[in-house]
Design a protein around this ligand. Structure first.
Ligand SMILES: Cc1cc2nc3c(=O)[nH]c(=O)nc-3n(C[C@H](O)[C@H](O)[C@H](O)COP(=O)(O)OP(=O)(O)OC[C@H]3O[C@@H](n4cnc5c(N)ncnc54)[C@H](O)[C@@H]3O)c2cc1C
Length: 310
C-alpha cells in the first residue's frame, strides 16, 4: 500500500529522534508521486519530503501530515555527453562512485557528505568552494499543490549558498541531471585519491552518526556589523569556539561534539527537545557576546512554533 499511517520517523533521520508521521509514503516512480500528492490535496494535508534525514531535526510530536520519502534510485549515464541522471532517492556517495566508474569527474568534491540527491539539491550542498549547482543542468520536479510534472534547467533553481527554489516547499524533486567532465583512467585515479583524502580529513573532524552535520549556517558578510582584525569573519564555528561550547555544552541526551563547535550529536534516549535546548543556548551565548544570532542550516520539521531564536 502506497500510503501508510502513523509511521515512526525516529529511525529515518540521523539524529535518531522525533515522533511519527501521520501519513507516510515511499514513491518509487512519477505515477506514485502524483498519486501521493493528490491524496495529500484531497485530505488537505501538509507534505514534507524526507531524504536520508541527514540535515533535519524532527519534532518529538512528529509530523501531522504526509511525509514523502523518494525511493526512485535509478541512475542513467550518457558517457558520450558526460551526463548523469539520478533519481531523488539516490545516495550521493553511490552517485559519486557510479560517476567515477564511468570516468566522469566533478562530484567527488562532495565525498563524505551523506544524503540523497533530493536533499542535496534542496540545500545546494557545498564543500570548500564547490557547490552542487556548478554541476546540475536539468531536473524533473513535481508541483506539490497540483501534481504537475515539469522539466526545469539550472536557472529555475535560483541557486545560492544554502539556497534553492525547492526551499519554498512547493516542489518535489524527482530526478536531477549533472554535467560532468569526461576523464582518462589516470585522471580518475587522481580523483579517487582526492576522494579518499577528503573522506580521511572529514572523518578526523566530523561525527559519523547521530548528527545533522553543521547545525548553523555561516553568516553572510552583510549580517556582520563588525570586523575582526580588519576582516569580516563569516564562519559560525569561529564564534561558537569563542563562547566555549565545544565538548562542554550538554543538555539531556544532546551535546556539542568535542571536535567541532558547530556540530551537535545525540546519544541513546535523546529527544529533539534536548537538541533544541542545546542549539538555543548556543545562539544565546553568541548573541550575548557578539550581538549576532546564528541561524539554523538544519531543517526543523513538525514544530508548531519555530523553536529557536531569529
Ligand atoms: C556528518 C554530516 C556531514 C555533513 N557535511 C556536509 C557538508 O560538508 N556540506 C553540506 O552541504 N552538507 C553537509 N551535511 C548536511 C547533509 O548531508 C546535506 O544537507 C544532505 O544534502 C541532506 O540530504 P538528505 O537526503 O539527508 O536530506 P534530508 O535531511 O532528509 O532533508 C533535507 C531537506 O531537503 C528536502 N528534500 C529532501 N529530498 C527532497 C526532494 N526530493 N525534493 C524536494 N526537497 C527535498 C527536505 O524536505 C528537507 O527540507 C552533512 C550532514 C552530516 C550528517
Amino acid at each position: 500500500m502506497l500510503i501508510q499511517k502513523n509511521v515512526s520517523l525516529k529511525d529515518k533521520n540521523w539524529f535518531k529522534t522525533g515522533g511519527e508521521a501521520r501519513f507516510y509514503a515511499e514513491p518509487t516512480n512519477l505515477d506514485e508521486v502524483v498519486t501521493a500528492v493528490t491524496f495529500a490535496q484531497s485530505e488537505r494535508l501538509v507534505t514534507f519530503i524526507l531524504g536520508e534525514g541527514a540535515n533535519i531535526l524532527i519534532s518529538d510530536e512528529g509530523f501531522d501530515g504526509l511525509v514523502l520519502r523518494p525511493k526512485n534510485d535509478k541512475i542513467k549515464i550518457d558517457r558520450e555527453q558526460g551526463l548523469i541522471t539520478a533519481g531523488a532517492g539516490v545516495a550521493v556517495p553511490v552517485l559519486i562512485e557510479m560517476a567515477l566508474e564511468h570516468n566522469l569527474l566533478g562530484l567527488e568534491e562532495f565525498s563524505g557528505i551523506p544524503g540523497t540527491v533530493g536533499g542535496s539539491v534542496f540545500i545546494n550542498i557545498h564543500y570548500c568552494e564547490f557547490l552542487l549547482s556548478h554541476f546540475l543542468v536539468s531536473a524533473t520536479v513535481v508541483n506539490l499543490k497540483t501534481g504537475k510534472v515539469k522539466e526545469v534547467g539550472n536557472d529555475w533553481f535560483g541557486f545560492g549558498y544554502n539556497q534553492s527554489t525547492l526551499q519554498n516547499e512547493q516542489w518535489y524533486l524527482f530526478d536531477a541531471t549533472f554535467q560532468l567532465k569526461k576523464a582518462t583512467d589516470v585522471e580518475v585515479a587522481y580523483a579517487r585519491g582526492r576522494r579518499h583524502e577528503i573522506i580521511r580529513h572529514r572523518n578526523r573532524r566530523y561525527p559519523l552518526e547521530r548528527t545533522c552535520g553543521s547545525f548553523f549556517r555561516n553568516f553572510l558578510p552583510e549580517e556582520l556589523p563588525f570586523t575582526i582584525a580588519g576582516k569580516k569573519v563569516p564562519f559560525v564555528a569561529y564564534y561558537l569556539e569563542k563562547v566555549g561550547v565545544k565538548g562542554e555544552l550538554a543538555i539531556g541526551g544532546a551535546m556539542v561534539y568535542h571536535l567541532h563547535a558547530n556540530m551537535l550529536v545525540t546519544k541513546e534516549g535523546a529527544t529533539s527537545a534536548d537538541v533544541i535546548a542545546v542549539a538555543r543556548t548556543m545562539q544565546e551565548r553568541v548573541r550575548d557576546q557578539f550581538g549576532i544570532i546564528p541561524e539554523a542550516e538544519c531543517q526543523l520539521i513538525g514544530f508548531s512554533q519555530y523553536p529557536l531564536l531569529r
